[in-house]
Design a protein around this ligand. Structure first.
Ligand code: EPZ
Length: 417
């Protein structure tokens, strides 16, 4: 099993380019199955989750061509299976987004409870309720969900929970449904708005994506098109926090600073020196940074996917701060290892920790539990004195493209062995 060996404590310097957003690209792959015409997907991060998605789509019949680095063509003229391959589906949360095109194209979809990061309970009731509201029949047998519908019908759906993939799946389901669908209490993440723009460019009629109410007027069919993946705001935020935590000068390039307003606001309160450009964030090593507490929230609030790197940064800040993880109840357990690296963290309950800083971190051997916590360990290891070994880096490869090569260019001492 591959691992990262990191010798920490070095100041980093230079520029780092942000990849396309995994969580946007994966949805474009699913959306490509809504049309029989070819869809070109650009600026795709070459990460494990994208490979799993491509693999999964091929099992359904469509062609997925890897044209060049970061560019794929999906042609779904044939879609001859209604079943999401359970072994892959269980590994990938985004597999659930495929339920919409499969149901529309074949009248049926059979799928396992989707997997992904182990970060707490990840129910799918929002999807099940949504499909029912659009007129589908839902049953469960042998641990698999079975949804059928000859033709989906527009409806008003008020999500009882704000869900990113739930919003995306219902938006896609409504695109060719009969009549108008009104989705309320939608998630507003930039990846959703970007998906809607792409679907509209293929002939859909979606209004309001990026707000809490989305109105979809059903159209007969969609044509093909080109999707350019938006920059990964989580990767950009993680690099900026690496710079702040390690006292380094790093320019994060090719990003969308307007997608990171909550983080930039927090930086200002903490005293982190940043220069924001139109597509870059430059962090300059400052003197002291102060601790500021945060509650993770749906966009435009502070993202749960940045909670782990922020917690590492707070171990290097002066003072005491509360981190309140409101989205997932299992997403703070990774901090046990951070404590063993020397962090002063008090676990108040499954949703809240108190961090006191600054503390000196020490290198250790650590197991990466999930993607974002894995990246946080990389940041912690780069800040720590001594050598760290990070195991199970498949989790990091799921979402970050060749991370060690990019960090090496900043002067990081990191090796994949
Ligand atoms: C997406 O997951 C992202 N994944 C996650 O990124 C991200 O952490 C999350 O949104 C929140 O921003 C993808 O886009 C593939 P949710 P998703 O449904 O859509 C509850 C990463 O590291 N809920 O918005 O699965 C749920 O329990 C990953 O890249 C229900 O109650 O998350 C949670 O508390 C990890 N019922 C909240 O909603 C449902 O049916 C938000 O989850 C669905 C969700």
């Amino acid at each position: 099993m591959a691992q990262f060996v990191i010798n920490g404590g070095k100041k980093l310097k230079g520029e780092i380019r942000v990849s396309g957003a995994k969580n946007a690209a994966l949805k474009a792959f699913a959306a490509a199955l809504l049309t029989k015409e070819p869809v070109l997907i650009k600026n795709v991060p070459e990460v494990e989750d994208v490979s799993r998605m491509a693999e999964l789509i091929k099992t359904l019949g469509p062609k997925v061509e890897h044209i060049r680095r970061g560019e794929y063509r999906v042609t779904a003229d044939k879609l001859n299976s209604s079943e999401i391959e359970p072994e892959i589906g269980k590994k990938l949360r985004a597999s659930i987004v495929l339920t919409a095109p499969i149901l529309i194209r074949t009248g049926k979809v059979v799928f396992p409870h989707p997997g992904g990061c182990v970060i707490g309970e990840r129910p799918i009731d929002v999807f099940i309720d949504g499909f029912k509201a659009l007129g589908a029949n839902v049953s469960q047998e042998n641990g698999l969900y079975n949804i059928t519908a000859r033709k989906l019908k527009g409806a008003k759906i008020v999500f009882h929970n704000v869900s990113v993939t739930g919003t995306e799946t219902m938006m896609m389901s409504a695109v060719t449904a009969e009549g108008v669908t009104t989705l309320k209490n939608c998630a507003c993440e930039p990846e959703i708005e970007s998906l809607a723009q792409f679907l509209n460019s293929c002939g859909a009629d979606i209004k309001g994506a990026g707000t809490h109410t989305i109105i979809v007027s059903g159209v007969k069919s969609l044509g093909g098109g080109t999707y350019r993946t938006i920059p990964d705001r989580i990767e950009a935020g993680s690099f900026a926090m690496l710079a702040a935590a390690s006292g380094s000068n790093i320019k994060v390039k090719n990003c969308r600073p307007d997608h990171l307003d909550s983080l930039l606001g927090l930086f200002q309160k903490m005293g982190v020196k940043v220069k924001v450009g139109t597509d870059s964030i430059e962090v300059a090593a400052g003197k002291k940074i102060g601790a500021v507490g945060v509650k993770t929230r749906e966009y435009p609030g502070f993202p749960t996917d940045l909670q782990a790197p922020l917690s590492v940064l707070l171990t290097q800040a002066e003072g005491q701060a509360l981190v309140h993880e409101t989205i997932y109840e299992g997403r703070l357990s990774w901090t046990e290892e951070l404590k063993r690296m020397g962090a002063n963290i008090l676990n108040l309950d499954p949703h809240r920790i108190e961090i006191r800083g600054p503390t000196e971190l020490r290198g250790r051997e650590i197991e990466s539990p999930d993607l974002r916590a894995g990246m946080a360990y990389v940041i912690a290891a780069l800040c720590a004195k001594g050598t760290s070994v990070i195991n199970n880096i498949y989790q990091i490869d799921r979402g970050y493209e060749k991370i060690e090569e990019r960090l090496k260019k900043l002067g990081a001492d990191i090796r994949r062995v």
